[in-house]
Design a protein around this ligand. Structure first.
Ligand code: NAD
Ligand code: UD1
Length: 346
């Protein structure tokens, strides 16, 4: 029997490239569609180097119907891992149309083509940001998802709705080959592949904590601004659930195993279930890299919450998945990537 083919949208990006490695390593055939708007083809060359296996790359936009038609008419695809999307919160507030067009319309084109070709299994990269600002710090999947505070987060909630509606439509009509949808709500993915060959390569000055700290450690940036020192948390700084990117993508492999037995649409949190403060992350970086991290506590960042972490129990029970790596692994792997590739893939 030939290997199952997986279409990975956004496969050249940070999380997608790590997913390609794990997919190839367990024997799937991988087709990547990426417009390279936030990535470089070098990441895919490195995926092939790590795995010793070839993947099929199509440089195209998921909004390009003809390009998707060519892919679906050429390949018999088992399922789609849908990573392609724009993800910068601040940018989404400044350019909402671009974000909705890319993330929401892009998904509409993709699912329309999937439907046309009868490919009805999709695993979507959602985010804990869809929960908005609930009254609890430990998030379960049954919290409402209508509180996102920015166009990026709202685009994720809209895509979740679209995918849910597709599954519902097939349930209502008793379709013989119904949509099977898994929404994976990521907490804070960090880290890099153990080889140090692939990792996160943000454009310009990073917005997120760990890429920023690692660029301070490597000497590219001078000082980290810690956004807020007066939150009601363990040390006054923000607390988040950091998850190693390899653990995260392994969750997708478990989801692929489970998807055929899913009824309709299911959402799962992918997180460690434990939070760390900004100062705890800085201290892990200092300890593991031996570098001093210059930082200053400044005003809170607008839109930030004090603390959150996942309840990952549902993913354990139903996908048989849990994280295996700890904060030290995440920092050590981030550092291996950052210190051996100080300019990313450039
Ligand atoms: P990334 O920017 O590194 O990867 C996204 C990839 O999608 C890039 O290679 C980009 O070129 C491609 N892309 C974007 N729009 C496209 C389009 N219209 N057509 C084809 N390709 C397109 O981001 P990432 O960190 O790997 O995130 C992957 C997914 O996970 C995104 O959907 C993101 O919103 C989601 N997510 C990420 C995080 C995070 O912290 N990194 C957290 C929660 C959810
Ligand atoms: C951010 C996004 C969120 C997105 C997530 C993906 C915002 C408001 N939220 O979440 O929608 O899903 O990234 O990874 O942008 N911090 C600093 N200094 C910095 C950067 C961050 O102190 O230079 C602090 C933040 O205040 C926060 C923590 O570090 O307490 C983590 O921040 P970040 O990595 O940006 O992630 P989130 O805020 O959780």
């Amino acid at each position: 029997m030939s290997a199952e083919k997986i279409l990975v949208t956004g496969g050249a990006g940070y999380i997608g490239s790590h997913a390609c490695v794990e997919l190839l390593q367990v024997g799937y055939d991988v087709i990547v569609v990426d417009n390279l708007s936030n990535s470089k083809p070098e990441s895919l060359a490195r995926v092939e180097k790590i795995t010793g296996k070839a993947l099929h790359f199509v440089e195209a936009d998921i909004r390009d119907k003809q390009a998707l038609n060519d892919i679906f008419s050429t390949h018999d695809i088992y399922a789609v891992l849908h990573f392609a999307g724009l993800k910068a919160v601040g940018e989404s507030c400044a350019q909402p149309i671009r974000y909705y067009e890319n993330n929401v319309y892009g998904t509409l084109v993709l699912t329309e083509m999937m439907q046309q070709y009868g490919v009805k299994r999709i695993i979507f990269s959602s985010s804990a940001t869809v929960y908005g600002e609930p009254d609890t710090v430990k998030y379960t999947e049954d919290l409402p998802v209508y509180g996102a505070t920015n166009p990026y987060g709202k685009s994720k909630a809209m895509v979740e709705d679209i995918l849910k509606d597709l599954a519902t439509a097939d349930k209502l009509s008793n379709a013989s080959d119904p949509w099977k949808v898994i929404l994976l709500r990521y907490f804070n993915p960090i880290g890099a592949h153990l080889s140090g060959l692939i990792g996160e390569d943000p454009n310009g000055i990073p917005n997120n904590l760990v890429p920023y700290v690692s660029q301070v450690a490597v000497g590219k940036l001078e000082q980290l601004s810690v956004f807020g020192g007066d939150y009601p948390t363990i040390d006054g700084t923000g607390v988040r659930d950091y998850i190693h990117v390899v653990d995260l993508v392994k969750g997708h492999l478990n989801a692929l195993q489970a998807i055929q037995n899913i009824s309709g649409c299911k959402a799962y949190n992918l997180g460690a279930g434990k939070g760390y403060s900004v100062l705890e992350v800085i201290s892990a970086f200092k300890r593991i890299t031996g570098k001093s991290i210059n930082y200053k506590i400044v005003e809170r960042r607008a839109g930030d919450i004090a603390e959150n972490y996942a309840d990952p129990g549902l993913a354990l029970r139903e996908l048989n998945w849990q994280t295996e790596k700890n904060l030290d692994d995440m920092v050590a792997d981030t550092w291996r990537w950052q210190s051996t590739n100080p300019n990313g893939y450039a």
